[in-house]
Design a protein. Structure first.
Length: 145
């Protein structure tokens, strides 16, 4: 397993241990993790703290040039909100752990020039699949259904 998606998966597991939704993310620049986060909507009573948003927040303010060479890793395909942040900061590449349990606006990201690498990692798929089957209403709330 790629070391960065593994780090994102560790974040996802932290979220689950905290009673939240198991999605994790890391931001990598020059082969170094500069930000990490996990979905903390439940833990913080937040409307927007998806894993990618938490990761970007934890990375802090970065230079435009840093975002332009960054890679965002996420255990799950980013939703519309998180994809918007990728576009806003012009992050050129997103590595997605899996898009079987949920698929965000991947075609739109590609149309805007973002390179996507979809791993369909079995551990990411199982983690989300198990969570969704045990917590369908919480999952529906997280993705706005």
């Amino acid at each position: 397993m790629d070391k960065f998606i593994h780090a994102a998966l560790e974040e996802a597991k932290k979220g689950l241990e905290e009673g939240g939704i198991p999605i994790g993310s890391v931001l990598v620049i020059d082969d170094k993790i500069v930000g990490r986060g996990h979905n903390r909507r439940v833990q913080k009573g937040s409307a927007i703290l998806h894993a990618e948003m938490d990761c970007l927040e934890n990375a802090g303010r970065l230079k435009v040039s840093d975002y332009r060479k960054a890679v965002l890793y996420s255990t799950l395909s980013p939703c519309d909100m998180c994809s918007g942040a990728v576009l806003l900061y012009k992050i050129p590449k997103v590595v997605i752990g899996e898009n079987k349990t949920f698929q965000g606006p991947e075609d739109y990201l590609r149309s805007r020039g973002v390179m996507l690498q979809i791993l369909n990692d079995s551990e990411c798929i199982k983690l989300m699949g198990d969570f969704i089957s045990k917590n369908p209403s919480l999952w529906d709330e997280d993705i706005g259904i």
